[in-house]
Design a protein around this ligand. Sequence first.
Ligand code: HPA
Length: 269
Amino acid sequence: MEKVNQASKYLAKEISEPIDIAIILGSGLANLVNDMTVIKEIPFTNIPHFTASTVVGHESKLVYGTLLGKRVLALKGRFHYYEGHDIDQVVLPIRVLAKLKVKNLILTNACGGISDHLLPGTLMLIRDQISLFCPSPLRGANYDEFGPRFPDMTNIYHPELLAKAQEVATKLTIAVQTGVYGYFPGPMYETPAEIRAYELLGCDAVGMSTVPEAIVAKHAGMNILGLSLITNKAAGLGGNLSHDEVLMIAQQAETRTITFLKEIIKTVF
Ligand code: HPA
């Protein structure tokens, strides 16, 4: 908690105004900030206990500004468990957001599609998640100021926000699916046998982020919208997997994804 306090104290001094929406930008979405009127840009390395990301495609910067009339705090990059961080570090930015009284959170990511209709380039609003193999970020002393010891995880992803985001997609004629996101710790991609097991468990898609962040944000009472870009068919369902391909598909879909996110920011919150 000391780390959370130090980081949030630093940011509270830098960002004195309230934040309407925080957004974690996953692979290939960093350019959303190009459309923002930037008030403040802070490299992660300036924030106590934040570190630069080791992942290609993550810039490790926090950008605060306005976008379509909303005050937005965008995190270009996140901490992943596979980078060697412990789980408290993975969710540190979310706890800091909670300290800064952020109520609305958009989590984005790139992931592999398991369900037949989730082809590369498809956008998927996250309906629910399976946290199997994800160490619990709530293990240990409970932070009572954020939420209860045994928090309800029934509607992690806010059903109303999801429904409104679907309406936005319809209005913009952008095809969007909904689905269950399954967590895999990585950094290796899954095996085809693991994907068959995930499918049996009820996962529509699989990825290496988002889930611990969503647990902590839900514990803290945030309204969460989750958006995944399917960048590849999961292992055994398509060709071989590579991070370069993930980044390439994310880049190809970027304009559409950013158009969708901007309209969500404008009208949903
Ligand atoms: N699996 C896990 N993480 C991913 C994938 C995948 O297939 N694609 C992009 N991130």
